[in-house]
Ligand binder design. Structure first.
Ligand code: DX5
Ligand code: ZN
Length: 225
């Protein structure tokens, strides 16, 4: 009922096969792959080539978070590389509805993400075209930032929109989540929890992942979704 999605942004790519095997064995549900272009966000990570290489290392759902301008230019490549979910930023493209429909036509799940300053109400007219809403709880670009409380309000709004208009849509949160606040984001409605530094920065990432899941469960059981 709760899906844990370790963000490889905080993993050590010098030993990425071991890092992925470790979180796979600890029960990670999704692997969260942060693609950054140095334009939409002030940081650069990796592209389809690296995702294709990582694809050989894990059977888990590949949850690709595109923090790039004009994502429509690259979704084919990320799908071919093995992305199961492709999430674009609403702020990064002009014709979001067309792009979301196109991502679905490629056989991937179509996700849409909102920066902290973008209101959930902007999703009202596109909710039926979306398989996943990603609420950013930091300004995207870097791991290890502090959680912005506005995300709790936005998760509740997104949960209400999903329940009313597209109950199969997933709700994900990303940024600054760890032991201190995982229960609160679940209470607010999140069911996919992205975590980078709180998992890979721990002395024992596998044990930390299990502990974080345990901390999320009471809130998930109390929730309606
Ligand atoms: C931030 C990325 C996140 C990042 C989260 O722009 O989208 O996925 O890895 O890292 P933490 O969990 O450390 O905030
Ligand atoms: Zn992310």
């Amino acid at each position: 009922m709760i899906k844990i999605a370790p963000s490889l942004l905080s993993a050590d790519f010098g030993s990425i096969a071991e890092q992925i095997a470790m979180v796979d064995a600890a029960g990670a549900d999704y692997l969260h792959l942060d693609v950054m272009d140095g334009r939409f966000v002030p940081n650069i990570t990796w592209g389809p080539k690296i995702i294709g290489d990582l694809r050989k290392l894990s059977e888990r759902t590949f949850d690709t978070h595109l923090m790039i301008v004009e994502p429509e230019r690259y979704v084919d490549d990320f799908r071919k590389a093995g992305s199961d979910i492709i999430t674009i930023h609403l702020e990064a493209t002009i014709h979001a509805q067309r792009l979301l429909a196109y991502i679905r036509s490629l056989g991937a799940k179509a996700g849409v993400s909102l920066n902290p300053s973008t209101p959930v109400s902007l999703l009202e007219d596109v909710i039926e075209d979306v398989d996943l809403i990603l609420i950013m709880s930091v300004n995207p670009g870097f791991a290890g930032q502090s959680f912005l409380p506005v995300a709790l309000k936005k998760l509740k709004e997104a949960r209400a929109l999903i329940d009313a208009a597209n109950p199969s849509c997933e709700l994900e949160v990303d940024g600054g989540v760890g032991r201190s606040n995982i229960a609160r984001v679940v209470e607010a409605g999140a069911r996919i929890i992205v975590m980078g530094s709180s998992i890979f920065g721990a002395a024992d990432p596998a044990a930390e992942l299990r502990r974080l899941r345990d901390l999320s469960l009471p809130a998930a059981r109390a929730g309606v979704s």
